[in-house]
Design a protein around this ligand. Structure first.
Ligand code: ATP
Ligand code: MG
Length: 616
C-alpha cells in the first residue's frame, strides 16, 4: 500500500524485497525447486503436442495426395494418437503433483509469514500498540500475506514454464523462418513494459482503496467489541454511515482504476492481435507459396498459440509481483520496527550508592522522568523506594501518573531519564522476561481472555494444578462465585471476560496475579469495582498475600491506604511527600487534605475526593 508522504527510497527495491521473502523461508526451497521442475516438465510436455499433431497432419496429407497408402497413414496416426495420450497423461500427473506442492508451499508460506509477524508484534514496544488500531493491524497482515503467498505460488508455477515456453517457441519458429522469431521477440518486452506501466498506476488507486478499507475495518472491529456503548448512544446509524462512506469511496476509486486498467488492457490486446494477425498471415502465405508443408503450418500455428498464453500470464505475473512488493513493504515495515528488547537494552550506568545484594530495596525509582512518545512529561524526577516486604501506596489525582509508574516498573515503556531498580538491578539493563517474572500485576482494567475461568487464572502457568488454581481463586474470593457457575472452573467467560460482572472480572484478575506468585505485586485499583463488603474480603486476602512481598498499591479507599507501610503522594508528576500514613496524616500534604475532606463529608469535599479517585 503506497503511503503518500514517504519517499520511495524509504522502501526496499522490488527485487530485494522479493529475494528477502525467498530468503526468509529457506526451508521452503526444496518445494520451490519441486514446483519449478514440475512446471518445466509441463512446458516440455506441452511442446510435444504441436509436433505430434503436425506429424499426423503430414501423414494424412500424404495419404490424401496418394504419396502413401491409407493403411500406412492410419497405423502412423494411431501411434501418434497413442503418443499424444501418453504425453497428456504424463502432463496430468505432473500438473497434479505440482499443484499439490503449490498448495503445501502456500500453506507453509502463510504459516511462516503469519507466525513471524505475530512473533514480532508480541515483541514490539507498548508504544506501537498505543498508536495502532487492532483491526488495521490484522487487516493489513491478511492482505500482505495473501498477496505474497499468491505471488510466490503463481511465480513458482508459471515463471519457469513461461520462460521455457517462450524460449522454445522463439527458437523453434526461428528455425522455420527467422522473421517469425523476430516478430515474436518484439512482443514480449513491449507487452511487459505496457503491463508494468499500467500496473504501477493501478497500484496507487489500490493503495488508496486499501487505506479506506483498513480504516473502515479498524472501526468495525472497535464497534463490534464495544457494542453496548454504540447502542447506549444510539450510534448504530452513524457508525454504519461512516463504514458505508469509506467503502463507498472504494467504488469511485475502483471505477477510475478499472477504466484505466481495461483501456490499457484493450490497447495491449489490440497491439497483440495486430502482431498475431501479421504472424498468421505470414505463415499462411508461406504455406500457400509452398515454403512450409501443411504439417509445418499446423505446428507453427500451435506454437503461436502457445506463445500467447505466456504473454497473457506475464501480465498477471507483473501485476501480482507489484502487489506482492506493495504487500511486502507493509509487512517488512512492521518487521523493521524495533523490538522492545532492542530498544530497551542500554548499558547500565551504576550509581555510586547502588546496591545489588540482599539489602537492595525491592523497587527503587531514581529521578525518573518520563513522557509518552513526544508528549508532555508525565513524570518529572520521581524518587522513592519500596523496601522488601513493604506495602507502599501511591496517591495522586486522576491522570497524575500512578498507572504510568506501574507501567514503567513492568518495563512496558523505557524511561526518558533516570533509573528504576528492581532488587537492585536496573530495569533498563535487565532481561525483560526476567523482570516481568518478578512482578505480578492487577491492572486498572482487568481484561481477561475468552476461554474458561481456569485458563484465565492459570494464565501465568497453564500447567498449574487444580488445587493451585482453586487456592488462588480462594485468595481472591472468587472460588465461591466460580463454583456456582454451571460449569465451575470450566465456565466460558466470553471475549475479554465480558460474560462476567465487573467485580467478578476483577477478582479473576486478582486470582491470576496470586497464582503468578511473584515477589513484587502491583495492585492498580484492584478492588475498585467491588462493593464495600466484597472489597473488605478481597482486601483481607490481599493483605495475607502481600505478607513477605513488596507491593505497590493504587487504591481508591482511604481505609485501604491507611493500612500500608508508606504512602507516596504525587502532584503534577512529582513526588510531593513520602511517609507513613500517620506522618502524612498531619503533614498538610495531599493525604492529610484528603483525610480532612473525608471528615468534612460535604458535597464539595466529595467532589474533590473524586478527583483523587477516593470513594470512602
Ligand atoms: N498510553 C498512553 N499514551 C499517551 N499518554 C498516556 C498514555 N497513558 C496515559 N497517558 C497520559 O499520562 C498521564 C498519566 O496517566 P496515568 O494513567 O498514569 O494516570 P493515573 O494516575 O493512573 O490516573 P487514574 O487515577 O485516573 O487511573 C495522563 O495525562 C494520560 O493522559
Ligand atoms: Mg490509573
Amino acid at each position: 500500500m503506497p503511503r503518500r508522504g514517504r519517499r520511495a527510497t524509504d522502501y526496499p527495491e522490488p527485487v530485494t524485497s522479493l529475494l528477502r521473502i525467498l530468503r526468509f523461508a529457506p526451508e521452503l526451497n526444496p518445494l520451490y525447486l519441486g514446483i519449478a521442475v514440475s512446471a518445466m516438465l509441463r512446458a516440455m510436455l506441452a511442446l510435444a503436442t504441436p509436433f505430434l499433431i503436425g506429424a499426423a497432419t503430414d501423414r494424412i496429407v500424404d495419404a490424401i495426395a496418394g504419396r502413401s497408402t491409407v493403411a500406412e497413414a492410419v497405423t502412423a496416426v494411431t501411434w501418434l494418437a497413442a503418443a499424444f495420450l501418453a504425453v497428456e497423461l504424463a502432463a496430468t500427473a505432473v500438473v497434479s503433483v505440482g499443484g499439490y506442492w503449490g498448495d503445501v508451499m502456500a500453506a507453509r508460506m502463510r504459516t511462516l509469514l503469519s507466525a513471524r509477524y505475530f512473533d514480532h508484534l508480541l515483541h514490539l514496544p507498548q508504544r506501537y500498540f498505543d498508536t495502532e488500531i487492532t483491526g488495521r493491524i490484522t487487516n493489513r497482515l491478511n492482505r500482505s500475506i495473501t498477496e505474497l503467498t499468491q505471488f510466490l505460488n503463481f511465480f513458482a508455477n508459471n515463471a519457469f514454464t513461461m520462460l521455457l515456453t517462450t524460449v522454445a517457441v522463439l527458437v523453434i519458429s526461428g528455425t522455420y523462418w527467422w522473421p517469425l522469431a523476430v516478430l515474436l521477440a518484439v512482443v514480449f518486452p513491449v507487452y511487459m513494459w505496457l503491463t508494468a506501466k499500467t500496473s504501477s498506476r493501478w497500484q496507487v488507486w489500490e493503495g488508496e482503496k486499501n487505506t479506506e478499507i483498513d480504516i473502515a475495518s479498524g472501526r468495525f472491529t472497535e464497534v463490534v467489541s464495544q457494542m453496548p456503548v454504540v447502542r447506549a448512544y444510539n450510534r448504530q446509524d452513524t457508525e454504519l454511515a461512516g463504514f458505508h462512506e469509506r467503502f463507498g469511496r472504494t467504488i469511485g476509486l475502483t471505477r477510475a482504476q478499472s477504466r484505466w486498467w481495461h483501456s490499457m488492457d484493450a490497447a495491449r490486446r489490440v497491439a497483440l492481435n495486430v502482431i498475431f494477425a501479421v504472424l498468421y498471415l505470414l505463415v499462411f502465405v508461406r504455406t500457400a507459396q509452398g515454403e512450409f508443408s501443411v504439417g509445418d503450418m499446423v505446428i507453427l500455428l500451435q506454437l503461436m498459440n502457445m506463445a500467447r498464453e505466456p504473454i497473457f500470464s506475464m501480465s498477471y505475473l507483473v501485476d501480482s509481483a507489484q502487489r506482492a512488493v506493495a504487500g511486502s513493504r507493509d509487512y517488512f515495515a512492521v518487521l523493521s520496527e524495533e523490538r522492545e528488547e532492542d530498544l530497551h537494552a542500554r548499558p547500565a550506568v551504576v550509581p555510586a550508592d547502588a546496591r545489588t545484594g540482599d539489602d537492595a530495596p525491592a523497587v527503587r525509582f531514581r529521578d525518573v522522568h518520563f513522557a509518552y512518545g513526544d508528549g508532555e512529561e508525565v513524570l518529572s524526577g520521581i524518587d522513592f523506594a519500596i523496601g522488601r516486604g513493604e506495602k507502599v501506596a501511591l496517591v495522586g489525582e486522576s491522570g497524575g501518573g500512578k498507572s504510568t509508574i506501574t507501567n514503567l516498573l513492568m518495563g512496558l515503556y523505557p524511561v526518558t531519564s533516570g533509573r528504576i531498580e528492581v532488587f537492585g538491578q536496573d530495569v533498563a539493563a535487565q532481561d525483560l522476561a526476567e523482570l516481568r517474572a518478578r512482578v505480578a500485576a492487577v491492572f486498572q482494567e482487568p481484561h481477561l481472555f475468552s476461554g474458561t475461568v481456569r485458563e484465565n487464572i492459570a494464565y501465568a502457568d497453564p500447567d498449574a494444578s487444580d488445587e493451585r488454581v482453586r487456592a488462588a481463586a480462594r485468595a481472591a474470593y472468587a472460588d465461591r462465585f466460580v463454583s456456582e457457575f454451571p460449569d465451575g472452573y470450566e465456565q466460558l467467560i466470553g471475549e475479554r471476560g465480558l460474560r462476567l460482572s465487573g467485580g467478578q472480572r476483577q477478582r479473576i484478575a486478582v486470582a491470576r496475579a496470586v497464582l503468578k506468585d511473584a515477589p513484587v505485586l502491583i495492585l492498580d485499583e484492584a478492588t475498585s469495582s467491588l462493593d464495600t463488603k466484597s472489597e473488605r474480603l478481597v482486601q483481607t486476602a490481599l493483605d495475607e498475600l502481600m505478607v513477605g512481598r513488596s507491593s505497590l498499591i493504587v487504591a481508591h479507599r482511604l481505609s485501604t491506604i491507611a493500612s500500608v507501610d508508606r504512602i507516596v503522594t504525587l502532584r503534577k508528576g512529582r513526588v510531593q511527600e513520602v511517609g507513613t500514613p500517620a506522618e502524612l496524616a498531619v503533614s498538610g500534604g495531599i493525604y492529610s487534605q484528603l483525610l480532612e475532606l473525608q471528615q468534612a463529608g460535604t458535597k464539595q469535599a466529595r467532589k474533590l475526593l473524586k478527583e483523587y479517585g477516593i470513594s470512602g
